[in-house]
Design a binder for this molecule. Structure first.
Ligand SMILES: [Zn+2]
Length: 440
C-alpha cells in the first residue's frame, strides 16, 4: 500500500521556486528496489538507492512508479474538443468524420483553435506529456489552424516541445492547389511533412502523394509523417511505396507511418515481405488504438476484424512502434483526454498485449519509442539530463496500466508543474469505515 503524504505546495506551477530537490523512494518499472533522485539547477545530478545528502526540498514518492515523460507522437490538436460541432458522427466511420470536420472547418477561427488547443495541451501536460507531434489540416487556404498552432507552439515552449505536421486531410492531389498548400505550410513554419495517400481519389494519386511527401521532406531536410493505409481495404498498399521511397532517398529513420490499419487485413505472405521492407527503411510506426478500435471494420458484417496494424510482430522484429492518442473529443473519436497511457490500456485488449512482457513493452511505446521517432535528445532519467519525469499514482508499471493511474506529479526542468491528489475511496461495511485504493 502506498503511504499518503503531503508536500509543499510551493512547488506548483507559477510560484517559480527553484531548488535542490530530492525525490525519495521512486520505483522504475517493476523494480523491487527503490531509488532516490537528486535534482539541481534543472538537471538530474544523482540517482541511487539512498542519497545521503539533504535536499532543500524533499518529496517522498512512497514507492510510486516513475518514468521519463510521455511522448504524444500523433494527435490532431486543431480538431480537439470539437465533438458534436456541427453534428455528431452517427455512423462512426472515418469518412463521416472527415465530412463533419470539413463542415466545422468553415467556421474555424484562429482564436477558436487556440482556445481549444490550450485546454488540450494542459490535459496532455497533466498526463505527463512534454513532447507532442500534432497534425494540422492545411487543406484550408486561410491557414487559420496552422497559424494558431505556430503561435501556441511558442506560447507553450517552456513546457511542451511541439512538432507541427502539415497534414493534407483532404488530399494533396484531390484538393485544389494541394501541392502549393503543402509547400506554403512548410514555409510558414510546419516542422514535419504529412500525407494521406489512401484518401486520394485514385491509386495513382496515392502513389504520387507518397513520392511528393518524401521528396519535399528531403528537399527541406524535414521529418516525414504520413497517415497511410488507414482503411480496412487490403488493397491499400501505400506503405510499400513509402518504404521504397525512404530507402531510395537514403532517408531511413526520419520517416513515420501512422495508422497502417490495412496491414491487419493483408495476407500473411505479403505482410511478411512488407515487414522486412519496413525494417530496412527504418520506418517509425504509430498505432492509434482509441480511434482505430472504433473506426475500423465499420463496414464488416460478422465476424468483425479488429483492424489494427501488426504491432506485436513489428515490435518483435525491432521496428520502432509507438502508441498515440490521435483524437481528443473530435468527429472521429468522441472521448479521450490526451493520455497515451489510456491508449496503451486499450491496446492491451484490442491488440492482445496482455502478456507480462508485452505490457512492459507498452510502456516503452508511450515513452522511449515515440521519443526516438520524435528525434528527442536529452531524454530519460539519467544523471546530466534535464530533470523531466512523471510520477504515476501506482506502485508498479503494471498497476499504472491497470488503473490508467493518474499522474501524481509531473516534473519539467526540475520543477513540479502538475500535481494530482490521489483518489480516496472509503468503504463502510458493518459500521466500520475503511479506506481502499485498488492496489493488491
Ligand atoms: Zn491521425
Amino acid at each position: 500500500m502506498i503511504p499518503r503524504f503531503k508536500f509543499d505546495k510551493s512547488y506548483l506551477l507559477g510560484v517559480g521556486v527553484t531548488m535542490e530537490l530530492i525525490l525519495r523512494n521512486a520505483r522504475f518499472k517493476d523494480s523491487l528496489e527503490l531509488f532516490d533522485i537528486g535534482i539541481d539547477d534543472g538537471k538530474f545530478i544523482s540517482i541511487k538507492k539512498n542519497i545521503p545528502e539533504k535536499g532543500d526540498e524533499e518529496i517522498d514518492l512512497g514507492g510510486r512508479f516513475v518514468s521519463p515523460p510521455l511522448v504524444e507522437l500523433h494527435v490532431h490538436l486543431d480538431a480537439a474538443l470539437t465533438v458534436g460541432e456541427p453534428r455528431y458522427n452517427l455512423g462512426g466511420s472515418l469518412l463521416e468524420g472527415i465530412d463533419i470536420w470539413s463542415e466545422r472547418k468553415k467556421i474555424l477561427t484562429k482564436e477558436d483553435v487556440k482556445n481549444r488547443v490550450r485546454k488540450a495541451l494542459k490535459w496532455e501536460l497533466a498526463n505527463g506529456v512534454t513532447r507532442v507531434r500534432t497534425h494540422v489540416d492545411i487543406c484550408d487556404p486561410t491557414f487559420n489552424a496552422l497559424n494558431a498552432l505556430i503561435e501556441i507552439k511558442e506560447e507553450f515552449k517552456e513546457y511542451i516541445d511541439i512538432q507541427i505536421v502539415a497534414f493534407p486531410q483532404e488530399g494533396i492531389f484531390s484538393f485544389p492547389d494541394g501541392e502549393e498548400l503543402m509547400r506554403k505550410a512548410m514555409e510558414k513554419g510546419a516542422d514535419v511533412v504529412g500525407g494521406i495517400p489512401h484518401y486520394e481519389w485514385t491509386r495513382e494519386d496515392g502513389v504520387k502523394d507518397v513520392i511528393f511527401a518524401v521528396a519535399l521532406g528531403k528537399e527541406l531536410g524535414k521529418m516525414i509523417d504520413l497517415h497511410i493505409d488507414e482503411t480496412d481495404d487490403d488493397h491499400s498498399r501505400f506503405i510499400e511505396v513509402l518504404a521504397a521511397e525512404t530507402i531510395k532517398n537514403n532517408y531511413e529513420g526520419k520517416v513515420t507511418a501512422s495508422h497502417t490499419t490495412a496491414m491487419h487485413s493483408y495476407n500473411n505472405a505479403y505482410a511478411f515481405k512488407l515487414l522486412s521492407w519496413i525494417k530496412k527503411a527504418n520506418l517509425n510506426m504509430v498505432t492509434n488504438p482509441l480511434d482505430n478500435s472504433v473506426l475500423q471494420a465499420r463496414f464488416d458484417a460478422y465476424p468483425k476484424r479488429r483492424g489494427h496494424t501488426r504491432v506485436k510482430e513489428m515490435d518483435e522484429m525491432g521496428i520502432n512502434v509507438s502508441i498515440a492518442d490521435d483524437s481528443i473529443m473530435d468527429p472521429w473519436y468522441p472521448l479521450g483526454l490526451g493520455d497515451p497511457l489510456q491508449a496503451a490500456f486499450v491496446f492491451v485488449h484490442y491488440g492482445q498485449m496482455s502478456g507480462y512482457n508485452e505490457m512492459m513493452r507498452l510502456i516503452e511505446m508511450i515513452t522511449t519509442n515515440p521519443a526516438k521517432a520524435f528525434g528527442a535528445t536529452d531524454y530519460g532519467i539519467k544523471v546530466g539530463n534535464t530533470a523531466d519525469l512523471v510520477v504515476f499514482d501506482a506502485p508498479r508499471a503494471i498497476d499504472a496500466i491497470r488503473l490508467v493511474a493518474r499522474r501524481y506529479l509531473v516534473i519539467k526542468n526540475g520543477k513540479a508543474i502538475t500535481q494530482t491528489k490521489p483518489y480516496e475511496t472509503n468503504i463502510i461495511l458493518n459500521g466500520k469505515k475503511e479506506q481502499i485504493n485498488f492496489i493488491k
